[in-house]
Design a protein around this ligand. Structure first.
Ligand code: SF4
Length: 213
């Protein structure tokens, strides 16, 4: 499925939702990722046939926009590019989708949930291209130091990935109204405090979210 929402821990195709008022609409555009996180839901989550986030093929820009044409954008609280993978591996395509959505509804809120490593994949700083299209960038911080980050994410970019992810968050701040770093609550108070210090240093918000199995 391409567009879905969350009920508790369940992913539901928008086509199966009768009342869409106030929902968050997630966009699943890719299953690819530069990381192989030890906790990745792609390895642990069981999916029901018909509500699976495993894509047979990545949808084109036209296919994603066509899906949006089935719905009133006024119903959505927020649209989130997240994927069941790293959405910014489809950066150029997703900016096209964002443009389409902003044309249809200029004040629609659009967020990207990202690992913050895709400027490395595109071999250029992609953050200036968010300007006017993306309202929130949420970056997975995961840990307070590069060794632990690398142990958890097993990023293909190696031990420097942590610094690159922070550089990405810091740059995004220039072009996007809200930049958030996220960690899960199970990492403990001491580690959360260290992560808060990192967020404060680069002037972004830290969000501690519940760990999802
Ligand atoms: S960055 Fe996200 S999608 Fe990629 S492996 Fe980690 S948890 Fe999974």
């Amino acid at each position: 499925m391409i567009l879905y929402t969350l009920y508790g821990n369940s992913y539901i195709d928008l086509k199966h939702v009768s009342d869409l008022k106030g929902i968050t609409c997630y966009v699943n555009s890719t299953n690819r990722c530069q990381c192989s996180c030890t906790f990745c839901l792609r390895q642990t989550k069981e999916m029901m046939e018909g509500n699976s986030l495993w894509l047979k093929e990545e949808p084109t820009v036209e296919e994603i926009c066509h899906e949006f044409d089935l719905y009133q954008l006024d119903d959505f609280k927020e649209v989130v590019f997240c994927g069941f993978g790293e959405p910014l591996l489809r950066h150029e395509d997703l900016m096209e989708v964002a443009k389409y959505l902003k044309q249809r509804k200029p004040d629609i809120k659009i967020r990207i949930n990202t690992n913050g490593l895709s400027s490395l994949s595109w071999k250029r700083d992609i953050t200036p291209e968010f300007k006017g299209l993306i309202d929130t960038v949420s970056v997975s911080l995961n840990a307070s130091n590069k060794e632990e980050y690398y142990r958890l994410t097993r990023s293909r970019f190696g031990i420097d990935s942590f610094d690159e992810m922070l550089k990405f968050a810091s740059k995004a701040k220039q072009y996007v109204p809200h930049v958030v770093l996220t960690v899960v609550d199970i990492i403990g108070e001491e580690e959360i405090n260290k992560c808060q210090k990192i967020a404060d240093e680069i002037g972004v918000t830290l969000r501690v979210r519940p760990f999802e199995k």
